[in-house]
Design a binder for this molecule. Structure first.
Ligand SMILES: *[C@@H]1O[C@H](CO)[C@@H](O)[C@H](O)[C@H]1NC(C)=O
Ligand SMILES: *[C@@H]1O[C@H](CO)[C@@H](O)[C@H](O)[C@H]1NC(C)=O
Ligand SMILES: *[C@@H]1O[C@H](CO)[C@@H](O)[C@H](O)[C@H]1NC(C)=O
Ligand SMILES: *[C@@H]1O[C@H](CO)[C@@H](O)[C@H](O)[C@H]1NC(C)=O
Ligand SMILES: *[C@@H]1O[C@H](CO)[C@@H](O)[C@H](O)[C@H]1NC(C)=O
Length: 181
């Protein structure tokens, strides 16, 4: 009897899983994604701060950027598979979590701009510019996906504010490096 019940449960699960092609996500998944982004941002920021114009340092920043981009893309995909936030509380909680990431992100971008000459000195300008461009697209893509599942217009405005701040910070860093400031 016990064995029969186990087999029945397993086959039910199997039917359930093949019968559900679209994987639904929820608030907890988004929060876990942002926690991962935060921790990858801390690593990236540490490597940016430590960068002193060596190739190894630039390679570390590049590797961190690739991981961050992937984490932002995962978070975007998960957010797009999540139904609209049912309460403003959930939206505000997520935005509060992102406030932290935002401070680190903007601080790191300022540092990169200030170290523009150090990237140039190791022929790293092309790579850092490409990284900033793709990371900027991934980060603002995620915040745009978050805005799309917020229903309260006032809370959407807060998400839009992040998007504006991030776009400006990436844009400033890119133009500072391009002009060799
Ligand atoms: C990094 O850039 C700063 C400012 O141009 C310069 O003073 C410093 O010597 C550079 N460091 C290296 C290791 O190139
Ligand atoms: C964090 O994101 C990276 C890059 O997408 C991924 O490889 C890693 O598995 C994630 N870690 C957690 C704990 O989700
Ligand atoms: C924000 O970051 C600080 C330190 O980096 C951490 O102690 C705190 O828990 C974070 N807050 C949130 C809401 O993630
Ligand atoms: C400088 O970097 C560019 C792009 O990464 C590369 O194509 C070029 O060969 C490099 N030049 C030297 C002298 O290493
Ligand atoms: C989700 O919220 C957006 C506003 O951000 C709204 O345009 C859309 O209609 C909502 N979708 C559902 C299914 O309620």
């Amino acid at each position: 009897m016990v064995q029969f019940a186990t087999v029945f449960t397993l086959s039910s699960l199997f039917v359930l899983s093949i019968g559900t092609p679209l994987i639904k996500r929820d608030m907890a998944t988004i929060q876990a994604d942002i926690t991962n982004i935060s921790s990858l941002l801390v690593t990236w920021d540490n490597d940016v701060n430590a960068f002193s114009g060596t190739t190894d340092g630039a390679n570390a920043i590049h590797a961190d950027t690739v991981a961050l981009e992937s984490a932002f893309q995962t978070a975007t995909t998960d957010t797009q598979a999540t139904t609209n936030f049912t309460t403003d509380m959930n939206a505000l909680l997520v935005l509060g979590q992102m406030e932290n990431s935002s401070t680190i992100l903007v601080g790191g971008l300022t540092q990169i701009a200030e170290k523009s000459a150090n990237f140039t000195s190791i022929n790293g300008t092309t790579t850092i510019l490409a990284d900033l461009s793709s990371l900027g697209a991934a980060a603002t893509g995620f915040i745009a996906a978050i805005s799309d599942i917020i229903t309260d217009p006032e809370v959407v405005a807060q998400a839009t504010q992040f998007e504006t701040t991030w776009s400006a910070a990436f844009g400033d860093a890119i133009s500072d490096i391009q002009t060799g400031l």
